[in-house]
Design a protein around this ligand. Structure first.
Ligand SMILES: Nc1ncnc2c1ncn2[C@@H]1O[C@H](COP(=O)(O)OP(=O)(O)OP(=O)(O)O)[C@@H](O)[C@H]1O
Ligand SMILES: [Mg+2]
Length: 258
């Protein structure tokens, strides 16, 4: 018959081997979770890359197709204007057609631009934002305090930041009911910092959730920052406004791109 001490020793060994088994199961599960997370990140990245490629493609199609056709229709109408037309009615119709075609050209340019601004690739993020902020001030009567360090970043970083800043500004425009907005983009050391702040309505935001539900904008800003190995922090207080702060690590040469 085994002694009491021997029995305890056997129980202890069984428990230890169970514990080792459990530990290795936990480790296997943790590896599985990490693998799935990596897969998810890759999937999101591929989706966003495909979305950008698609946007560029549609933008080129519209630019080279509809916009060009409208531009030549506009020229024909201008040519007709200088010829003798019988009756004021015909002249009026011509003028109306010309106005509509001009409007359609403007609209198709806006579509092209919103899909992917040509200036983003050619002149870079800072110049594009400066121009768009000026346009927005003109359209809305807002006072936008815009300051950005001069920099060119790799294309994927510029596109990612452009989409984040655009969404933050759009949200302020749609939801904040304010005319005061600040946009900052600075580069110091190995960090690019972006902040879009408004002093408007604000909202309840905690753990990535809004009390009012809403769309996909906030989520997509955070995902885009993560894809650039950075962070996107959203702080909002009802009645006091909202701040979107993004930090992206970047140690490459800033002037090399463009
Ligand atoms: N700057 C802001 N000021 C006030 N409320 C905001 C602001 N930004 C976001 N919100 C609130 O958070 C919700 C979620 O924002 P989110 O950008 O995810 O969705 P959305 O703007 O409603 O739709 P989508 O971006 O998909 O077109 C909004 O519906 C709004 O209630
Ligand atoms: Mg939004």
């Amino acid at each position: 018959m085994p002694q009491k001490g021997q029995a305890n020793q056997a129980d202890k060994e069984t428990l230890e081997s169970k514990l080792i088994g459990l530990r290795s199961e936990v480790e296997a599960l943790q590896r599985e979770v990490r693998y799935k997370e990596e897969q998810m990140r890759n999937l999101i990245k591929d989706t966003l890359d495909a979305q950008e490629a698609e946007r560029e493609c549609i933008s080129l199609e519209v630019h080279d197709g509809v916009t060009q056709t409208l531009a030549s229709a506009f020229q024909h109408l201008q040519g007709l204007e200088s010829t003798e037309l019988e009756g004021t009615h015909a002249k009026q119709l011509l003028l109306q057609a010309r106005t509509l075609v001009k409007q359609a050209i403007q609209e198709s340019r806006e579509v092209t631009n919103s899909l992917q601004p040509a200036t983003l690739k050619d002149l870079g993020l800072v110049t594009t934002l400066r121009y768009e902020v000026e346009q927005l001030e003109g359209e809305t009567g807002w006072k936008i305090d815009f300051k950005a360090d001069d920099m060119r970043l790799p294309q994927n970083v510029e596109i990612g930041l452009y989409r984040i800043i655009h969404e933050a500004i759009n949200n302020a425009r749609k939801h904040a009911q304010t005319k005061r907005l600040r946009v900052r983009m600075t580069s110091s050391g190995n960090l690019i910092r972006v902040e879009v702040r408004d002093w408007g309505a604000g909202f309840n935001y905690s753990c990535g959730e809004t009390s009012r539900g809403g769309g996909t904008g906030l989520l997509s800003m955070r995902r885009r920052a993560e894809l650039l190995q950075g962070t996107c922090n959203i702080e909002s207080t009802p009645g006091h406004g909202t701040a979107v702060s993004v930090e992206i690590p970047f140690s490459g040469q800033r002037e090399q791109y463009g």
